[in-house]
Ligand binder design. Structure first.
Ligand code: SF4
Length: 489
């Protein structure tokens, strides 16, 4: 332990804090269950983040970077705050420490991805173990007579509400840069409730990050607000970050030695639009042009895109976006995560997700989705399609309809990740309906046969452009083949 410790210590578990080269590396690591030994995860899939001479991490999850920046801007001195790995907490936490704040992604393993991986591979998702292990470590520091408070926040905090076994003093739910300084002061002065609500700041008030983020993650927009019943962002309206903030966050990465950027949003193609119904392709093209002309960014990665927004872009606009993302490289596998959820319009509407089906006159959701997947892959994008099995109200015919939808993708350059439904409200995992078990098995089998054909190619292109060494790339490809053999389907 340092002599008196940092006043505010920020941390996260190994799966969130690791130094991944690409977004997909992070996804692979977060998808492992304890059928993969923890030492393989720690040594190969989730390498420890590098630390500086002051023992702080050199790259940190974007959420922690934002909290660090918000606290530094409002009432705390920068030297009082530090972001540390679990292994450095003995050093960072001391008599002066008032708060140890932990970011969480999927702390109870309730995310749909976790439930699905447990069904596919057996065992319990590693995220859950690592998170509990981190909290146990923090509790053990308290036993040394230290008086700090433990605070948990981040996108997975909702999973811990009402959990009596969970050992933290406070939980903050939602984006909180707008009031985190005030909440931390209330916590320090013992006047805060256990469960606290964060305040999302206005876009112009989102503080620029002060150092590089893990995987070079930079937000372009946050929230969504489309109302889908199965999504935690259903009631959080989308806001777009000003170009100046995005460029400043990229610069913070580049000056910290990180030239590979991941532009993150719940709908990348909606950037700059005032409404979902009217996307503004010129704003996204302008942003990407600025990034390419004013920064020394190498690889650009993207994540989520809505089918309807993609459909509103002309062919020329899609080509231009792909070319700006590619920069000096011709790309075949620009990853786009498309949430189709189900080809059944009725089922989507019953789950309050009808808002995302903004369809042109005379089109149906399934045909429109297939058309957009084909268009996107033709322009160098790689659609990574997520579908949900077991949605409330799903009939046997809906499940068969999903199977037929996957059959129609068999020649497409795309991948499909089926997720088992988990209810957000009562935090329960849904049991698999025995009558549909065989259909679900076929859906998984067909999806993963497509995935094992294309995902290694996408992974190779992304890692190559990210500068990962060839030996590591080959080893990960080999491990991917091994995972196919232990799948239950
Ligand atoms: S469109 Fe996607 S991100 Fe938005 S509420 Fe629905 S599932 Fe969530």
């Amino acid at each position: 332990m340092s002599s008196r410790g940092y006043k505010i210590v920020l941390t996260a578990d190994r799966t969130l804090m690791s130094d991944y080269s690409t977004l997909f590396d992070g996804m692979v690591s977060a998808s492992q269950t304890d059928t993969v030994p923890a030492f393989i995860l720690k040594t190969i899939l989730a390498p420890a983040p590098a630390v500086g001479p002051d023992k702080k991490v050199l790259k940190a999850p974007l959420g922690l970077r934002r909290i660090e920046a918000a606290l530094s801007r409002h009432g705390f001195k920068r030297k009082e705050i530090g972001i540390f790995r679990e292994s450095e907490l003995d050093f960072a936490v001391g008599e002066d420490t008032a708060i140890v704040a932990v970011s969480s992604g999927d702390p109870a393993g309730l995310g749909m991805n976790s439930s699905t991986m447990e069904a596919l591979y057996g065992g319990t998702i590693h995220n859950k173990h690592f998170f509990r292990q981190l909290l146990a470590k923090i509790s053990s520091l308290k036993k040394n007579g230290l008086k700090f408070k433990t605070v948990v926040g981040g996108p997975g905090a909702w999973q811990l509400l009402g959990d009596k076994e969970f050992e933290a003093d406070h939980i903050i739910c939602g984006y909180c840069e707008g009031n985190v300084s005030g909440l931390f002061k209330d916590i320090i002065h013992h006047r805060a409730a256990k469960e606290l609500e964060g305040r999302n700041p206005e876009p112009g008030e989102i503080p620029h990050i002060l150092g590089p983020s893990s995987m070079g993650v930079v937000e372009t927009s946050r929230g969504c607000g489309m109302g889908c019943a199965f999504c935690t962002l259903k009631d959080t309206p989308m806001i777009h970050l000003p170009e100046s903030t995005i460029l400043a966050d990229i610069e913070a990465n580049i000056s910290g030695g990180n030239r590979n950027i991941a532009l993150i949003s719940e709908d990348f193609f909606r950037y700059g639009s005032a409404s979902f119904a009217v996307p503004a392709p010129e704003k996204l093209i302008d942003l990407l042009t600025e990034i390419r002309s004013k920064t020394r960014t190498k690889l650009i990665q993207t994540d989520h895109v809505n089918i309807a927004t993609a459909g509103a872009y002309s062919d020329n606009e899609l080509k231009e976006v792909a070319s700006l993302i590619g920069g000096s490289h011709e790309r075949d596998y620009i990853w786009l995560n498309l949430g189709i959820e189900t080809p059944s319009e009725r089922l989507l509407k019953e789950n309050r997700a009808g808002g995302k089906m903004l369809l042109p006159e005379g089109k149906n959701w399934e045909a429109f989705s297939l058309e957009q997947i084909k268009r996107l892959s033709g322009f160098g994008f790689f659609p990574l399609i997520s579908v949900i099995i077991g949605l409330p109200g799903e009939t046997e015919e809906d499940a068969l309809c999903l199977e037929r939808f996957i059959d129609k993708l068999k020649d497409a350059k795309a991948s499909v990740f089926p997720l088992y439904y988990t209810a957000i409200e009562n935090k329960s995992k849904t049991g698999i309906n025995p009558a549909k078990k065989k259909i679900y098995g076929r859906i998984m089998k067909k999806s993963y046969s497509l995935n094992f054909k294309w995902v290694p190619k996408m992974y190779w292109e992304n890692q190559n452009l990210a500068g990962v060494n060839k030996a590591r790339m080959l080893m990960l490809q080999f491990m991917g083949k091994g995972q196919r053999l232990i799948m239950k389907y």
